[in-house]
Design a protein around this ligand. Structure first.
Ligand code: ZN
Length: 349
């Protein structure tokens, strides 16, 4: 059966996903949204104690299973301190550079459910006052949130309901260009999440019979290292993390192909399974790049570390400027979608 990539639908879904705030640890809203989609697609699923979702489609062979995962959690921050000025000191959730969010609009999520707007700035931003601000380190001490409310001290800020431990999410600033680029924060890994949901939808609507029972694991703790590393059914023999390809100097990955990872910081991925993915890509005329990611770990490597006896592999769309204001091209989404479809219809090793 041939696969049709629903471009407009996929991009519209991706836009919806990036616009739901979901820093690691604050993922209930996005996971409720995901659950609703899975329920509408009439696929069976379970929700784990950690808040992840595992959807399962029974295949011809229900003895050996495969699993694919993508994560909905993103980078974000938490209020570390309410400063005497009424502004907020932040602590990072996930790993990024402060300069990647400097100037970004943000939302503070208070315990009583309010959403208060703000901007992430260097304390010494005003050029007419601070002379040598460009050389100052972008760090927890200099970066702060300017709250968009009439506050001048800690007491007034606290009165708004803002407290230490409140989550702070960054605006995604989603944009689709006529040239086919998608620019947004959180394409890691909501681009892959959108592709997995679209794949489930295609399978359900076209009544595709899969060769093996297949689990779709929507994880919500990847950016902090322990996403899909529990609740893996014991029949699973192959575990695929669908996550971003890393682009930069010396990298093979780009924004137009699907990136297959041979090795990252966690070590080599399962060699034969990785070769199988390359063979599938060649056979199906899918544009791919085989690559090595220097500073990277995935939910597949987290599962291996947690002690699961699975063959693991990693592939996904190429994402430029990761953990900052990211970008990819619709061609990369399409090639990834094609490899996903080819893989779930292939024989297990
Ligand atoms: Zn990721």
């Amino acid at each position: 059966m041939s696969f049709i990539f629903e471009k407009e639908e996929t991009i519209a879904l991706l836009k919806q996903l990036v616009e739901i705030p979901s820093p690691s640890g604050y993922t209930k809203e996005i996971m409720d949204f995901m659950e609703k989609i899975l329920a509408d697609l009439q696929v069976t699923y379970q929700r784990t104690n950690k808040g992840a979702l595992i959807a399962t489609i029974t295949g011809e062979d229900d003895y050996k299973h495969r699993l694919l995962t993508a994560h909905t959690d993103t980078l974000g921050a938490m209020v570390k301190e309410v400063k005497s000025s009424g502004r907020l000191k932040l602590t990072m959730v996930g790993g990024f550079n402060w300069n990647a969010v400097e100037g970004e609009y943000c939302t503070i999520h208070t315990a009583d459910g309010k959403r208060i707007r703000g901007t992430i700035l260097m304390h010494q931003t005003t050029v007419h006052v601070y002379k040598n601000a460009s050389g100052l380190p972008r760090d927890e001490n200099n970066i702060e949130v300017r709250v968009d409310e009439k506050v001048t001290n800690a007491k007034e800020t606290r009165k708004l309901g803002i407290e230490v431990g409140d989550f702070v999410s960054f605006d995604p600033r989603f944009e689709e260009t006529e040239s086919g680029f998608i620019k947004s924060r959180h394409l890691d890994d909501k681009a892959s999440t959108a592709l997995l949901l679209q794949l489930i939808k295609y399978i359900q609507e076209n009544k595709v019979t899969l060769p093996n029972t297949t689990h779709f694991y929507i994880s919500n703790n990847e950016e902090i290292g322990y996403g899909g590393n529990s609740n893996i059914p014991e029949q699973v023999t192959e575990y695929i993390a669908v996550d971003m390809g890393a682009i930069g100097d010396g990298q093979a990955s780009d924004e137009y192909t699907v990136s297959i990872c041979a090795k990252d910081s966690s070590g080599p991925y399962h060699y034969e399974l990785t070769r199988q993915l390359v063979d599938l890509a060649k056979h199906e005329n899918i544009d791919y790049k085989l690559d090595i990611y220097p500073h990277y770990g995935s939910d597949a490597s987290a599962a291996i570390r947690a002690g699961f006896d699975v063959k693991h592999a990693l592939f996904g769309p190429g994402i430029e400027a990761s953990h900052a204001y990211e970008r990819t091209h619709v061609e990369s989404l399409e090639q990834t979608a094609k490899l996903l479809f080819a893989y779930v219809n292939s024989k297990l090793l």
